[in-house]
Design a protein around this ligand. Sequence first.
Ligand code: NCD
Length: 301
Amino acid sequence: MKHVLSSGQYTRESLEELFDLTDKIRNDTKAYAHKLDDKIIAIMFYEPSTRTRLSFETAALKLGAKIITTENAAEFSSAAKGETIQDTVKVIAGYADAMVIRHRSDTSAVEAASVEKIPIINAGAGKGEHPTQALLDLYTIREKKGKIDGMKVAILGDLKYGRTIHSLIKLLSLYDNIEIYGLSKDAFMLPEEYIEMLKEKNIDYKICYSFDELPKDLDIIYHTRIQAERFEGDFGKEEFIINKEVLDKFSKDTILLHPLPRVIEIATDVDDDPRACYFEQAHNGLYVRMALLLQVLNKDK
Ligand code: NCD
């Protein structure tokens, strides 16, 4: 059974297959309008979401599927009564053909998939992974830069609790000559396990302490929000804020990405800069998620 649980399950070949399908869907969306006519997709979100939930719902609807959905499963599903994820999946498998899940536990998607009754798509698991976001991030990089090999990427913001970061660096590590620069407050540095993973894959990872330490010819700046809901205590606000003045220190070809929602880490004065690609990036999510739904339901050929 096909699931989407972690970025670690992808190879360069399987990514190319996914992105080719995404391109086809994007170029002729109507041709896919009835691919999932007889399918029902369950969308179970135990944590807040705007883009991920609504883009998955839109993706399912554009493919002809129907959806059953709960936007606040933590409160309104039987999880509030103590039901395990496995029991929930066993029941939902009687109603739906696939399930998209977002949950505060890092192991939620793997637990859901262990039931092996319906395909599971991880739409964000605690501070662990968010593979579908990373897939649309990489798709956007490929589209904007024409390639992924050789990219110089700066990751900013919350590298510790930011699941989109964890999933993205796993995908980047599949490519050649990647350089990654990490810039964050001390409390939000990339955890050792990910630094080790990059080392094993021969990816250069450099910890930076100021904007001035980042190369001017970066290909990508990927900023993220401090995930305040994931830790106790107060580590203060983001210090590394990208505004027009900061962005202008970099090349005219440096693109700025963010999974959104942004809080203060990107000032709105860069929104109109051609290098600011985060809204386009979010829009790409729709097509990547359409492709993923087709793949897990074996309707991609
Ligand atoms: C991200 C998430 O949920 O991890 N949001 C998203 O899906 N685009 C990032 C975040 O919440 O900061």
